[in-house]
Ligand binder design. Structure first.
Ligand code: FEO
Ligand code: CA
Length: 629
């Protein structure tokens, strides 16, 4: 870190005592002035230990049960999960793969049982853990065996689900209910609305209107709106398009900026379906990378891609109602050196559910420009500043379709992969998970480490609690990584234990007391920390500020997603995504790549005929009390 940057970060950490590189080197130990008068109660639970093994772990005194597994039937008439012998039609009636975001929508009790709808994303599929018939007799994966049926099955397993769950005497279970819904990449019709709807860049042979698209995929995190709809965020859509644009095609530059055509045949859907082949249907890729609104209360309502929120690798879309009634959505573009965005609706949230939908079509998208002491939100509005025909923008549709280039031109600050961004419910602060960035070559105040392997969490400060303000302040909450290694440059609150620190913050959640919980996703890099991913409580106030505490750990190869509290903090839903998948070569007891036939773990069933199954887990305290209180 350059000297002046080190000083800036020190200043942005200044209000409290931190341990980390500096502490380990012996300089920093004083506990400084702490923000007093905090109403946030401290965390109370005994933390678990870092480590890696085949199953999950939760803090003592809590019970964690598997609620919904990949393949569980959710729609009436759906067959039982038949691993290795699935059909696309069966998978459309079953819970999808790789659960991520979880939203909850409480329903009225029935028969004395509490009920709710869970809204769950299925981010992506893993063919090597899904299809036994893609391996040859020697057990080698053979992509040449991949057929149209495999593509359709993957499409049927990615997207999102709405599932009714109820709490009986034995705890939570899901119901096969007519309320349930599967919106997937396969056969699900989705409308396109907002300023880019109907634009010529969104028109295709199958949809000359540019207003109707089949499917959603790459659904990472999301958000719930105040009117009870579900926002599902399309993240890594670029992996699903193959082929090359026709020579001299006008989209060539824009597609490069979005990583299209750069990763080859990651999902070879384009071999079987022209719309995923950029050479045959160039505009199809412009119809992905949006935030999609789903109405869980009306299974017949067509989902809608809301283009006013911009097009990029959308991590999530958590909402906040500003003091003046406008809806504010903070959004990260999860790619290295991409940006942090904010959307502010033109109108105000009202009791009229239908009118509220317009809030997602009319508003201003802005991007964050950080400096030493604050950040400016620069609007991405056609005709303003550089966003003019002179720079190739002909309309607001162009600005939204190429939000990244528009953000480049207004001077947005390149970030260390912005993941979840969530506003505290009441105090005007906003927490930004920055997961890591191995490609950072030029540090800046909010992203101060080169080749950042561990990530950091920023705290944005909306002045006077006004989330629509043009300028915010910011502080550095933590610089993640091992506090005992001075070279890591980590900074944690004094009192963080050997298990309380973590790396690669990804998803986050506030509990009903306004306390922050952070989930990690280290991918194959978990050996850097020696622990599987998990969920940590992370203090933001008083002496606990910047102090982490490990609450839940996932099985080997998984990441933790979707933390969502319900029932006044007495219930916590978690997604355990891709168990047995990532970094299993580095796990000494296994030391090889997982496959369908030979996985590193068969969590959660541990049956010889069952592959590892991404699942939603429900956590409660054994005595029924508030989690962590
Ligand atoms: Fe799908 Fe950014 O994690
Ligand atoms: Ca994520």
């Amino acid at each position: 870190m350059r000297r002046h940057l080190a000083e800036i970060v020190e200043a942005r950490l200044s209000r409290r005592g931190f341990l980390g590189g500096a502490a380990a080197a012996g300089f920093l130990a004083t506990a400084p002035g702490v923000a007093a008068g905090s109403a946030v109660p401290p965390f109370r639970f005994d933390e678990i230990a870092h480590g890696v093994d085949a199953t999950h772990h939760v803090a003592p005194g809590h019970v964690a049960r598997v609620l919904l597994r990949w393949g569980d039937p959710i729609l009436p008439g759906a067959p039982a999960f038949a691993p290795g012998a699935q059909t696309p039609e069966a998978q459309m009636g079953q819970f999808g793969m790789n659960c991520d975001f979880i939203g909850v929508l409480p329903l009225a009790d029935r028969g004395g049982r509490e009920r709710m709808l869970l809204c769950v994303n299925h981010e992506y599929t893993i063919p090597t853990l899904m299809f036994p018939d893609l391996f040859d007799a020697a057990g080698r994966f053979d992509p040449a065996r991949y057929t149209a049926r495999h593509a359709a099955l993957e499409q049927a397993a990615t997207g999102c689900s709405v599932v009714e769950v109820e709490r009986g005497p034995d705890g939570w279970r899901h119901r096969v209910s007519p309320r349930n819904r599967a919106v997937r990449a396969w056969n699900s019709a989705i409308a396109i609305s907002g300023p880019a709807a109907g634009d010529e860049r969104l028109r295709t042979a199958a949809d000359p209107s540019g207003t109707r698209v089949i499917g959603t995929f790459g659904n990472c995190a999301g958000g719930m709106t105040p009117w009870g709809t579900y926002l599902t965020a399309e993240e890594n859509f670029q992996f699903y398009f193959t082929g090359t644009l026709p020579e001299g095609h006008p989209e060539a530059g824009a597609f490069r900026r979005y990583g299209l055509g750069g990763r080859g045949d990651r999902y070879p859907w384009g071999r079987f379906d022209a719309r995923f082949d950029m050479g045959r249907e160039p505009n199809e890729a412009n119809r992905f990378g949006w935030v999609v609104e789903v109405d869980p209360l009306d299974p017949r309502a067509m989902p809608v891609k809301r283009t006013a929120l911009g097009r990029f690798s959308h991590e999530g879309a958590e909402t906040h109602v500003n003091g003046d009634g406008r809806l504010v959505i903070y959004m990260g573009d999860d790619a290295r050196n991409e940006y942090l965005y904010r959307y502010v609706s033109k109108g105000r949230v009202s009791r009229d559910r239908r009118a509220n939908r317009r809030l997602l079509d009319e508003g201003v998208l802005s991007v964050a420009v950080f400096d030493e002491s604050g950040l400016d939100w620069r609007p991405l509005v056609f005709g303003e500043g550089p966003l003019t025909p002179a720079n190739g923008f002909r309309s607001q549709a162009d600005v939204l379709i190429e939000a990244r280039r528009a953000a480049d031109l207004v001077g947005a600050t390149p970030m260390d992969r912005p993941e979840d961004v969530e506003a505290h419910p009441t105090n005007g602060r906003v927490y930004v998970m920055l997961t890591n960035n191995r490609d950072r070559t030029a540090p800046n105040p909010a992203n101060p480490r080169l080749a950042n392997a561990y990530g950091q969490i920023l705290e944005l400060v909306a002045p006077g609690g006004d989330h629509a303000a043009d300028r915010f302040g910011w502080e550095m909450l933590v610089l993640c990584g091992p506090p005992a290694d001075p070279a890591a440059g980590a900074r944690w609150g004094a009192g963080t234990s050997a298990n309380g620190w973590f790396a690669s913050p990804d998803n986050c959640a506030f509990d009903p007391m306004g306390r922050l919980w952070v989930a990690s996703d280290q991918g194959n890099a978990w050996p850097l920390t020696g622990t599987a991913d998990g969920l940590w409580a992370l203090g933001t106030e008083g002496p606990e500020r910047g102090v982490g505490r490990m609450f839940f750990r996932v099985p080997v190869g998984a990441e933790l997603c979707g933390p969502r509290f319900a029932r006044g903090g007495r219930t916590l839903f978690l997604s355990v995504q891709h168990p047995g998948a990532d970094g299993t070569k580095e796990w000494a007891p296994f030391a090889r790549e997982s496959t369908f036939h030979d996985p590193a773990t068969r969590w959660p069933d541990f049956q010889p005929d069952m592959p590892p199954r991404p699942s939603v887990v429900v956590v409660e305290r054994a005595d029924g009390g508030v989690i962590g209180a």
